[in-house]
Design a protein around this ligand. Sequence first.
Ligand code: APR
Length: 311
Amino acid sequence: MRKKVTVVGAGNVGATAAQRLAEKGVADVVLVDIVEGMPQGKALDLMEAAPVEKHDFKILGSNSYDPSENSDVVIITAGIARKPGMSRDDLIKTNMNIVANVTREIASRSPQATLIIVSNPLDAMCHVAYKVSGFDRKKVVGMAGILDTARYRCFLAMELGVSVENIQALVLGGHGDTMVPLPRFTTVTGIPVTEFIAPARLEEIIDRTRNGGAEIVSLLKTGSAYYAPASSAVEMAESILYDRKKLLPCAAMLDGEYGIKGLFIGVPVKLGEGGIEQIVELKLLPEEDAALKNSAAAVQKLVDFLAQEGL
Ligand code: APR
């Protein structure tokens, strides 16, 4: 049977995710947004591209959540995006209400779905969706680690002049300035990256990765990145829908793993038909562990804010 994915928010990330889901042959898509006519228009435009792109997947645009009923996966991108000078955390007040409302509508119609959260500040928005949905922690997962790791891999491939596919890497932690790229787990076809790049240069590349989102915001001026975020969310959806069991860095609700409890943090997880089927616990070096705890402390501050607001 065909899989069904609802994408909430038909803006830059949402519409790009819808396009990739259909054109890569992953699933039928329901695209929901509050702006009247806009999701319907984008969906129709994508359907009209189907004869040329050679697929028969359906993309339906709607302002109502009713067509989203019984989705297998729901990707939540609704909310406002950053403008130059804003941090992801600046979005919290607006986006927490949007993500809470969206989650209520979705959870009542698709209680079996796995939720993939994209709205920022990512780790805090995962927290909102988890609390409001009442879903098992396996069924709420945040898109950040794949994007951060993809940026890191892209910059390393550019530096070395090798295929992006040769670069294997892992970025842990929150989706923000405190993210934790791990050079120890960065290889070029299994060869430690430190064989190719001097420590000082590697540190510069890691720094560019940390600021990867801001670099795009400062270039675009009117919004934030969307091609790579959409690709990352679609990779997660595909692994869940087709039970691929890919090990991917994603934001997961930790319950004591890595010594952290009650927070969404980026860690390696196995994504399959059950959602998060396993959280992989790596033995971190003391400085890596300290960086992860620092990242968790930044997420905790946002969660404390949510608690004050009754979420
Ligand atoms: N219900 C449904 N859709 C909503 C709601 C709501 N309550 N509120 C806002 N939206 C829609 C907007 O109408 C808009 O079409 O969310 C969409 C957001 O799209 P963009 O403004 O283009 O933002 P985008 O770049 O897609 O980013 C969306 O993902 O990466 C994060 O930081 C980013 O939080 C931002 C989110």
